[in-house]
Ligand binder design. Sequence first.
Ligand SMILES: [Mn+2]
Length: 355
Amino acid sequence: MERAKKLIEAMQLSEHEGVLLYNPSNMFYIAGYTGEGLVYVSSKSCAIVTDFRYTEQAENEGKGFSVCMTDKGKSHENIVAGICAKEDIETLYYESDYLTVSAFEACCKAVPAVEWKNLGHIVEKLREVKDEHELSLIRQACKITGDAFERVLSVIKEGVTEKEIALTLNFDMMRHGASACSFSTIVAAGANGSLPHAVPSEYKIRRGDMITMDFGALYGGYCADMTRTVAVGEPSAEMKKVYQIVLEAQKMAQDAVMAGKNCRAIDSIARDYIYGKGYEGRFGHGLGHSVGIDIHENPRFSQACNDTLVAGQIMTVEPGIYLPGIGGVRIENSVSVTEDGCEVLTLPTRELIIL
Ligand SMILES: [Mn+2]
């Protein structure tokens, strides 16, 4: 209930206003609920509206939330209409990113008397700064992820496929407490490394290949995100040089992370360095992003983000250089922003490992 109160406060919600949440990540943040349906919040009551499959789960997870079950002739929007009539609600806020057009039309039909207003990203904004409990979950997610990296090194050798490496990482993370992967694991070897979001394939590792692995554990509903690039046998002089440039860029940017710093300026530190070394155009994505319930949250380390860092935000720092037909290098740590710098949550070494 604490977070529902936080939302009511942040919105200065009047007693005639209610909020409908459809975004699963926002439902989880506000109600602790991980099932399907919707979450209703007003100053008078909070409810989870769902179907039979999730009612028991909703009772267990949604502390302080009443649970309303849909039934034949009693749809989600009928239940919302009933609550609105009982509570004398005149305005309902909805998430335009998540309510489909047809669901919105059904809502308007069922609750015609209210005014519908776009909620915007107020909940996402509340999620930006993590509390101690959230931080401890992300710290553990990052620990599981880092440990999986240390252990996968023993299976990476000539002849092993990208898929086998991905599978080993995924299995290891779940074996050690992850509830799932926080996103689809990327393993890109040799020339595939120039694809920042390569899908693991049947490609077999060859001597001299560099292998980029980008993966993360989901733990307690929170994501980890880490990338390392390793080599099997001595890589080419060019790829070794590229590795050192990415490593230096990662270190410089990570060392600059601190509450009060500008996100674009942090991106520029790595970008200017990489471009200055002659790789302009070969680092085409942002330097990093925030992580939490979702793998990609705001703020971002990019030229488009003018936000100021706040203590309690979790950020990735992940510069890369991608050379089509040759290969790529990316090194990514997740860090927790503090008043005087940052706590590094991704523990394995960033130095080049040659297997
Ligand atoms: Mn990332």
